[in-house]
Design a protein around this ligand. Sequence first.
Ligand code: ATP
Ligand code: MG
Ligand code: MG
Ligand code: MG
Length: 561
Amino acid sequence: MKQSMTLIPTLREVPADADVKSHQLLLRAGFIRQNASGIYSFLPLGKIVLQKVEEIIREEMMNAGAVELLMPALQQAELWKESGRWNTYGPELMRLKDRHEREFALGATHEEVITSLVRDEIKSYKKLPLALYQIQTKYRDEKRPRFGLLRGREFIMKDAYSFHSSFESLDEQYEKMFTAYSNIFKRCGLNFRAVIADSGAMGGKDTHEFMVLSDVGEDTIAYSDTSQYAANIEMAPVITEYVQSTENQQELEKVSTPGQKSIDDVSRFLQVNPDNCVKTKLFKADDEYVIILSRGDHEINDIKVKNLLEADLVELASAEETKNVFQCSVGSLGPIGISNVRIIADNAVKSMKDFVCGANEEGYHYINTNLERDFQVAEFADLRFIQEGDPSPDGKGIIKFAKGIEVGHVFKLGTRYSEAMNGTFLDENGRAKEMIMGCYGIGVSRTLAAVAEQYNDENGLLWPSVLTPYDLHLIPINLKDEAQSSLAFELYGLLRENRFDVLMDDRMERPGVKFADSDLIGLPIRITVGKKAAEGIVEVKVRKTGEMHEVKKEDLMEKLQ
Ligand code: ATP
Ligand code: MG
Ligand code: MG
Ligand code: MG
């Protein structure tokens, strides 16, 4: 490509409203331009990098068994009403009306559209599993669009959805997607961690985020170099010790509703509004019982809590212990010989006050428990946020903190959407069952920005070779010089014959301008055709290291290999 033919509008000055490196450099090097807040054009260089990221994603999606399709960005409100999200998604959803006053949304995500598509086309278990994805523009009216492509209001996402007849099948697909995501971000050259995440407004259970470690990240992750443990601190931990106290007993209202005690009772004992801790988890680590509390999604109803519970029980060492734990409230763990209980609550729980919220309100009383007989009131040491230097919850490492940019997110949705939207299939016995779903997103444009954020120096961008818009920057210093001009054009042809993507700076600019622009754009190799052109000698410079060599044109191809 000749630079005179394309559009690479570089800027000398740092744009005033660009706070982070990737935003500044993508603007200055002419990869993007802002149109409105959070809305950008991808200029020719930006578009090439975007396509390269997309191609990596496509290859890995194929490896994960997912097939590409394209769904509409303009979505009928009816579908969002069916799922219930028309009311719960909030102002991030861009809503509009057509000329007949019918309501629509611009796609912020596509669970509704794909569920309606698949429910109409797939009727039998024989057609499952099925994994589909698209790469498409998404719209979210973010409260604070910022940092350029990192948080846009119009951005490009790869979103995949899978449909299954069993949870085992979902687990398998989730694994494949997890691997694909790891490969994608590795191939993009990113320093990232997969972390345990909060399932938030999407509903669902197992979920991981892929976080690029970066100081400009808006999330904080707790991880350890020597253990597998890594979590978004939204999900992980505030640590407190659970202390049993006989002195500080409180008169608690007794409600004599019969019924088996469950995690709800555990929650109630802990004076947690169970609606607020749907992600309560109890598991056993060595001799210690750990309860994880996470304030969660108010949309999730009791049935979901029970589903979670059933799955979580499996994690306990034995069925008998499980029964014991759940047939008494936490307070009576002591009497049955369990004394060592640790409570880990999520970041949303800032103080014990968050836990005691519903205790005296209707519906949150302890059920079928007897203060004296069943439990003692728990007292908690002061809640303390997990800190760097704490042991990781699996005990295998020491916690470190880092800021992270969420570039990908995988979810086991379960039947959240198929239930609400009647997405059923017939199983082997001809019975109608709800499809079990997973969903898997990657911020494609955000990934591009994350790469720019990790690959730059004081002079500009430093593209890794897999994503660079062109392989080589060919720069004749003075095109009016006959020898330089003819050698430059000869090399331009030769390099392209040898399958290099070449950007040639054929502009009539001063050398200083050409070099500064070249550094800004950040192609891995620069070939300068200058004074020694008459002798057939050019200068090859590695952008990243600054390493420079004079090379004879005959040796150039070999040198570049
Ligand atoms: P965030 O926490 O950053 O707001 P999210 O959790 O709302 O992201 P998801 O619904 O999980 O986003 O969407 C899948 C992926 O889309 C995210 O992992 C992220 O990479 C990307 N993404 C989400 N919102 C934006 C945005 N405003 N601009 C660019 N990319 C985004
Ligand atoms: Mg968001
Ligand atoms: Mg998020
Ligand atoms: Mg997310």
